[in-house]
Design a protein around this ligand. Structure first.
Ligand code: ARG
Length: 466
């Protein structure tokens, strides 16, 4: 058989240079299963339109089954001359069914509507799988948050000690963006759930085919309303690429945190041996490679997105061959996430926090200064002054190389004089504990143990819902 799907009007075949540039089987062959599923649905549409007899349809379906089996067992694969997956599969079908029957399948469809449908089918399936893997990471975070109990740690802004927070609160702060990524995937699927099959090359088809039936068979609940849009838009692909990049970024931020916590200076967390690597020269090394690779690979996830957006910018509608470039970007993202997420979940599940050290560090660096100010407010001091007075306590302690709780009764009496009576001032000690500090932050969403238990429950419920 002549290999190309076109050629009637050409007097020569493609030059070798063109063939090499044009070729996409090295990456689009992974759409073969979806292509064959599309062909089955299309064959039935041709049958319903009277363009295949009942017998022809039966033989066509049998041929497609056989083609699928030989794709599955690897006995059929693209050869050098195949331009793309569709070309290869047509060759395979003609080999099995013969020109007479096999040559009928292409009626009323174009690779333009096919490829637009196939990438959606493939992405929707992988989006569901990735959503499950992201939820697994969320479950690992929830598990660690539950194990953390009421353990307190230094909460930081600008990387400086700010206010004590529960370790569980900090961990859950990473669970919520990941839950939103899953929500984004679910929401994205609603927009991806429209089949371009039947749009033809750009203008629709003349053969009376029923795109709705094809859509249903391919797992779509509806058909794209505009055949030009159906074949030429890739915002659905780009939106997936954004969610993938965002998930990568969310994982990268958590990675960065773990890498810092795992340093000798912080020593907040130890990674399990099975989820760390060694050095080829330094025998003592135990490296957080999973976190580093995740952080590094988030860069390529972003690159895949920006590359795709740049490809789409300025494309005239309808189809142009540039659109072939959409696939590698998202294939790379899916491959990347599908290998990152399980390793990341394992690392999270097995890491062990040094709770004692976290508790010890939590109040250091004058992290209770806000508590002093707010205690003063509760005792009638306007916040503007309270802020100043608490700052004066910090200055005094810092000058002596002490912490706030090392200040004496007399220190507090003299700093607060003019605002609080001498018998009251030393009572500020009641808030100079991390336990007091976190328990007091009991507004909704706050770090008090009761509120954190609430949010863990809410996250669990959401995870089940998704
Ligand atoms: N392989 C192309 C793609 O991935 C589809 C083929 C469209 N070719 C054409 N000449 N219209 O986008």
């Amino acid at each position: 058989h002549s290999i190309a799907l076109w050629g009637g009007r050409f007097s020569s075949g493609p030059s070798p240079e063109l063939a090499r540039l044009s070729k996409s089987t090295q990456f689009d062959w992974r759409l073969a299963d979806d292509d064959i599923a599309g062909s089955r649905a299309h064959a039935r549409a041709l049958g319903r339109a009277g363009l295949l007899t009942k017998d022809e349809l039966n033989r066509m379906e049998a041929a497609l089954d056989q083609l699928q089996r030989s794709v599955d067992d690897g006995s059929f694969a693209p050869i050098e001359e195949d331009e793309d997956e569709a070309t290869a599969l047509e060759r395979g079908l003609l080999d099995i069914a013969g020109d007479e029957l096999g040559g009928k399948l292409r009626a009323g469809r174009s690779r333009n509507d096919q490829i637009a449908a196939l990438i959606r089918m493939w992405l929707r399936r992988h989006a569901r799988f990735i959503a499950g893997q992201v939820l697994d990471v969320v479950q690992a975070l929830i598990g660690q948050a539950e194990q953390a109990g009421d353990t307190v740690m230094p909460g930081r802004t600008h990387m400086q000690h700010a206010q004590p927070v529960l370790l569980a609160h900090q961990l859950m702060a990473h669970a919520w963006p990941l839950l939103r990524d899953v929500q984004r995937l679910v929401d994205w699927d609603r927009r991806a759930d429209a089949s371009p099959y039947g749009s033809g090359a750009l203008a629709g088809n003349t053969l009376g085919l029923d795109p709705d039936a094809v859509a249903r068979e391919l797992g779509f609940s509806r058909v794209t309303e505009n055949s030009i849009d159906g074949t030429a838009s890739r915002d659905v692909v780009a939106e997936f690429a954004f969610v993938a990049a965002m998930a990568g970024i969310d994982l990268s931020r958590l990675s960065e945190e773990i890498i810092i916590w795992n340093t000798q200076e912080f020593a907040f967390v130890k990674l399990d041996d099975a989820y760390s690597t060694g050095s080829s020269i330094m025998p003592q090394k135990k490296n957080p490679d999973i976190a580093e690779l995740t952080r590094g690979k988030s860069g390529r996830l972003i690159g895949d997105l920006t590359g795709l957006l740049a490809t789409l910018k300025g494309l005239p509608t309808a189809y142009a061959r540039d659109l072939q470039e959409d696939k590698e970007a998202v294939f790379d993202q899916v491959d990347t996430l599908e290998v990152v997420l399980p390793a990341f979940a394992g690392m999270l599940r097995t890491m062990v926090f040094d709770k004692e050290r976290l508790e010890q560090e939590a109040p250091r660096g004058f992290a209770l200064a806000t508590d002093i100010a707010e205690w003063l407010v509760r005792n009638g001091v306007p916040f503007r002054h309270a802020h100043e007075l608490s700052g004066a306590c910090v200055k005094l302690a810092e000058g002596r190389g002490q912490e706030l709780w090392d200040l004496t009764d007399d220190d507090f009496i003299s700093v607060f004089s003019g605002f609080l009576p001498a018998d009251k001032a030393p009572q500020v000690r009641e808030v100079l504990s991390t336990k007091g500090s976190v328990t007091a932050r009991n507004g909704r969403g706050g770090t008090s143990p009761a509120r954190v238990r609430e949010q863990i429950l809410a996250a669990k419920n959401l995870a089940v819902e998704l």
